[in-house]
Ligand binder design. Structure first.
Ligand code: ADP
Ligand code: MG
Length: 640
């Protein structure tokens, strides 16, 4: 076996992360042991699973365990497992680079964050895993041999930018991580991680539920000075989810959550259930109180792990939790599945689909309870996860009603408070049978949109929807509690006349009064603007603005159009409708001017300005801003 040492550099991001870890981002250094034990436990799970699936794999799984060993003279602490081990390539890939999706993004975000507290809370969401060893060690030596291979590898680093790697013979299958502990100079209050009591305390606190024995060699001296050597198992090994709820403390739940989620967020809800009958399973689910930083990045995984009779099968089990509930973390332990089960088969499995339906109901039920019992906590929850839940309105039509009950939205009713659809319905005016909303990019843009004018003047409440996902779900959900949802920027609106069957206003009396007066102006405008709009008509939704642009009931909103274009979608321009305020002085003056001299180019320019102004008012982009500005300045100058 070649024993030549190769020195490699850590990937740039890894180096940055290491620097952060070493320079103490965690005030609590104890967690290094939890991280190493959790890695060891994962490695044992993997070996057990692999040996069950691959009967040719020659490994001894009769005594899978984790062993902790202390060498007082050398000042080392070693965490050893007889699990799956790593090949040389595994080490370079898993330890030398950051494979975790989102890590680079996280580091980027941290660099941009000037505020130290915010940076701390960002990194706090993120388990740094193996690297946490460098919080307490100035050198780490890892020896490992992958199950099914002959040769082992030794990896060593001081965490400063490079690591050494070489082949070694004579290793057992599994991994040992030896920490050369930093010297404690008493001053900095660092804990003594060579002390047995200290190690016992940390294991009990963080790793008690690990299903594999965590053993440590002990030395005892009795009163007569007789020393005995023994081996103690430090953890109770009971899977938390298998214990009755009444016997589990909140602190234990939280520790378990940290272990499976690799983050350190507080918990908002814990769901612990056991299903009996022909398909038995236990489920322990957690809703964190804060969204992870990568909740909306494309490759965010689902957070539920699948076990079969205490054997770990897979992470992020998408068959058990829909994408929109990806923030739910936890464990499902099913008793009657094959260990060999694949993701594809799971998706098809009738029993698993039943479990999934039940889990969704449980989660939505827990959220509903939170909404009913604690408005403040619910508001916080919604601010973190509302956007994800609204995706459910697109994905999960079985639960549309339940999800709509949970929706919270800003509204013209109260500038400081959100409202539920239920509360909106309770406040509806006599005879109102429609839930009005307006989508847009920001609250200010929506509130100040000309479309709002008549609704505000007449006292109708309008929901203000500014999440990108709002653009989509409102089109998919026909009604809430029998009340249609309608955009105030779409279709005809007449707040004086009762709406007819398909909700289009019957044509307002106020508007009808003016139709006659505008009989020549409207067709003329339609010709001038034929490239831009499909129709020009009089409006009953404006009180102070001269004009606004509206869509037909099924037209795409401008925000949605923008979103599609931003995603690179090729789309023909969407032509909408220009509505004019028949009582606005600019519009009446335009009418008179056109009647006096139908060929005056100045009138045509005013038309362009009216259209451009309406586009700007709804947050749209002008096709030719320079021309618009020139026309505007010309006309202003002429007016002075
Ligand atoms: P995480 O555990 O969140 O994946 P870590 O930094 O703790 O991140 O570990 C990185 C990877 O290194 C693990 O996913 C695993 O593949 C590998 N690894 C770490 N420790 C061990 C071990 N004791 N045995 C086998 N593989 C390990
Ligand atoms: Mg880990």
């Amino acid at each position: 076996m070649g024993s030549s040492v190769e020195t490699l550099e850590f990937q740039a991001e890894t180096r940055q992360l290491l620097q952060l870890v070493i320079h103490s981002i965690y005030s609590n250094k104890d967690i290094f042991l939890r991280e190493l034990i959790s890695n060891a436990s994962d490695a044992l799970d993997k070996l057990r699973l692999e040996s069950l699936i691959d009967s040719d794999l020659e490994v001894d799984t009769s005594d899978l365990h984790i062993a902790l060993a202390v060498d007082q003279d050398a000042r080392t602490l070693t965490v050893r497992d007889n699990g799956i081990g790593m090949s040389r390539d595994d080490i370079v890939e898993l330890i030398g680079t950051i494979a975790k999706s989102g890590t680079a993004a996280l580091l980027e975000k941290m660099k941009q964050t000037k505020d130290a507290g915010a940076a701390q809370s960002l990194i706090g969401q993120f388990g740094v895993g193996f690297y946490s060893a460098f919080m307490v060690a100035d050198k780490v030596t890892l020896r490992t041999r992958r199950a099914g291979t002959d040769s082992g590898t030794l990896w060593e680093s001081d965490g400063e930018g490079t690591y050494d790697i070489r082949s070694v013979d004579g290793l057992d299958v599994g991994t040992s991580v030896t920490l050369h502990l930093k010297t404690v100079d008493g001053e900095d209050g660092a804990a003594d991680y060579l002390a047995e009591w200290q190690i016992r305390r940390i294991v009990k606190q963080y790793s008690d539920f690990i299903r594999w024995p965590i053993r440590m060699a002990t030395v005892r001296s009795d009163a007569d000075g007789v020393t005995t050597h023994g081996v103690d198992t430090l953890n109770s090994m009971k899977a938390l989810w298998a214990r009755p709820r009444s016997e589990v403390t909140e602190a234990e739940y939280h520790e378990f959550y940290k272990q499976i989620s690799h983050d350190r967020l507080e918990l908002a809800e814990t769901i612990h259930m056991r299903a009996e009958g022909n398909f038995e399973y236990e489920a322990l689910l957690f809703i964190p109180s804060q969204a992870p930083f990568d909740l909306f990045s494309r490759d965010t995984k689902r957070g539920v792990q699948l076990y079969v009779k205490r054997v770990f099968i897979m992470d992020d089990c998408d068959a058990l939790m829909p994408n929109y509930l990806r923030f739910v973390k936890g464990v499902v332990d099913a008793h009657d599945l094959s260990l060999n089960i694949s993701r594809e088969i799971l998706q098809q499995d009738r029993q698993i689909r039943g479990v999934r339906r039940r889990l969704i109901k449980k989660v939505l039920g827990a959220v509903k309870d939170m909404q009913a019992n604690d408005a403040e906590r619910y508001a916080k929850f919604w601010a973190q996860f509302g956007r994800a839940l609204k995706e459910g309105l697109l994905e999960d039509t079985d639960n549309t009603e339940a999800l709509l009950e949970l929706v919270s939205a800003a509204s013209t009713h109260d500038p400081d408070q959100t409202t539920t659809l239920r509360e909106y319905v309770e406040r509806m005016k006599d005879g109102q049978d429609t839930i009005y909303y307006l989508t847009g990019e920001t609250r200010a843009m929506v509130e100040n949109s000309p479309h709002m004018e008549a609704f505000i003047a007449k006292g109708y409440e309008v929901l203000i929807l500014t999440d990108p996902v709002d653009e989509v779900w409102v089109d998919q959900v026909p009604a809430f509690d029998g009340r249609r949802l309608q955009s105030i920027a779409k279709g005809q609106v007449d707040l004086d006349a009762p709406a007819d069957e398909d909700g289009e206003g019957a044509g307002g009396s106020a508007k009808a009064e003016h139709e006659q007066d505008f009989a020549t102006l409207l067709p003329w405008l339609s010709t001038i603007l034929s490239e831009q709009v499909k129709q020009v008509r009089l409006s009953s939704r404006l009180t102070t603005s001269a004009a606004c642009i509206v869509g037909d009931a099924h037209d795409m909103t401008p925000t949605l159009e923008k979103m599609y274009r931003a995603m690179g979608e090729q789309m023909p321009p969407v032509k909408r409708i220009l509505e004019l305020n028949p009582t606005h002085p600019l519009i009446t003056a335009l009418r008179s001017a056109h009647e006096r001299n139908p060929d005056d180019p100045a009138s045509a320019e005013i038309v362009e300005l009216v259209y451009g102004g309406a586009l700007l008012a709804e947050g749209g982009d002008l096709p030719d801003p320079a021309r618009f500005t020139r026309l505007l300045t010309d006309h202003l100058a002429r007016g002075l």
